[in-house]
Design a protein around this ligand. Structure first.
Ligand code: SF4
Ligand code: SF4
Ligand code: SF4
Length: 288
């Protein structure tokens, strides 16, 4: 059997329990593929695998039971299809995203656009630790961004225009966090319990609630698995391009400072996360 170890050693090629076969994971940012690409993937899976595919928890597709001798031609076929081999080892792995503003009525940001921008900049970069990136369009957090090494959540801080509130209570009914009450005939927001989902902004029949601050919350150092860990809040950012800038800074910080063999969540204090946070704030202020 002639094996091309260049392809075999790629992160997206996973040796199976039966070492005569491997599973090939595809790069599919935000889990989005065109109908043509899906046709291509099924055709390739039929030709090089055993006629089926597996949809993974990281929104990508795997082609199981591939003979290592076929990897080179499989790699070319996947690249031609616009769905190249993905990554899995200590790398930046498939960026996942919820449907976002294009399809979900709760979304505050364009998750797919952001996922593609981050993928274009950083996908597959070798790292001392595995970096999973997850994006959610609102605090409902359907992609569990707080359980990823880097998480991004789209939020809205609401503000009521002063002077015209009728006290109708519609916004109170919509807020699942009980963060709005009617006091002295007008609505009052409790910022301590508000999760900045933005739902109330769309609820006011008189259009008195505004999105005072639409932003991206960036989290670092989460993980799932056998010892789940909630990520730490790093910073809030106003626009998509600046989010890409910050994510790149996080990746470079981890690349230079993190030790391999330990999960990122286990070494956040050793990496001086608080110092990094201050440094990032200063860099962003300097860019404005
Ligand atoms: S996280 Fe929010 S925006 Fe994304 S799918 Fe879930 S509810 Fe919709
Ligand atoms: S943004 Fe969400 S949590 Fe905050 S007050 Fe409005 S509905 Fe409630
Ligand atoms: S829905 Fe609008 S008018 Fe009614 S209580 Fe809320 S802010 Fe006031």
């Amino acid at each position: 059997m002639k094996i091309d170890f260049g392809v075999h050693m790629r992160g997206g090629v996973i040796t199976e329990r039966d070492a005569n076969f491997c599973t090939v994971r595809i790069r599919l940012p935000a889990g989005i593929a065109t109908v043509e690409q899906m046709r291509g993937i099924t055709r390739i899976a039929k030709k090089y695998g055993h006629g089926f595919v597996h949809c993974t928890s990281r929104q990508t597709i795997e082609i199981p039971h591939v003979s290592p001798s076929k990897l080179k031609t499989l790699e070319k076929a996947l690249a031609k299809n616009g769905t190249p081999i993905g990554s899995e080892r200590d790398e930046i792995v498939n960026v996942i995203a919820c449907p976002g503003i294009e399809r979900c009525k709760f979304a505050n940001i364009d998750t797919a656009s952001l996922a593609h921008k981050i993928d274009q900049k950083l996908f597959g970069k070798e790292m001392p630790v595995k970096i999973r990136i997850a994006i959610s369009g609102c605090p409902n957090a359907c992609t569990s961004p707080m359980l990823n090494e880097i998480g991004i959540i789209g939020r809205i801080r609401p503000l009521r225009i002063t002077g015209q509130c009728t006290g109708c209570g519609t916004c109170v009914k919509y807020c699942k966090e009980n963060a709005i009450i009617i006091r002295n005939g007008i609505s009052v927001l409790n910022e301590a319990t508000c999760v900045q989902c933005g739902v109330c902004v769309q609820s006011c029949p008189f259009d008195l609630l505004k999105a005072e601050h639409r932003h991206y919350l960036i989290l670092v150092g989460g993980r799932r698995g056998r010892h789940p860990h909630i990520a730490r809040e790093l910073i809030t950012i106003d626009n998509e391009d600046m989010v890409v800038f910050v994510v790149e800074k996080i990746v470079n910080w981890v690349y230079r400072r993190a030790w391999s063999g330990r999960l990122l969540s286990e070494q956040m204090d050793d990496l001086q996360f608080e110092t990094f946070r201050e440094d990032i704030k200063q860099q962003i202020a300097a860019k404005k």
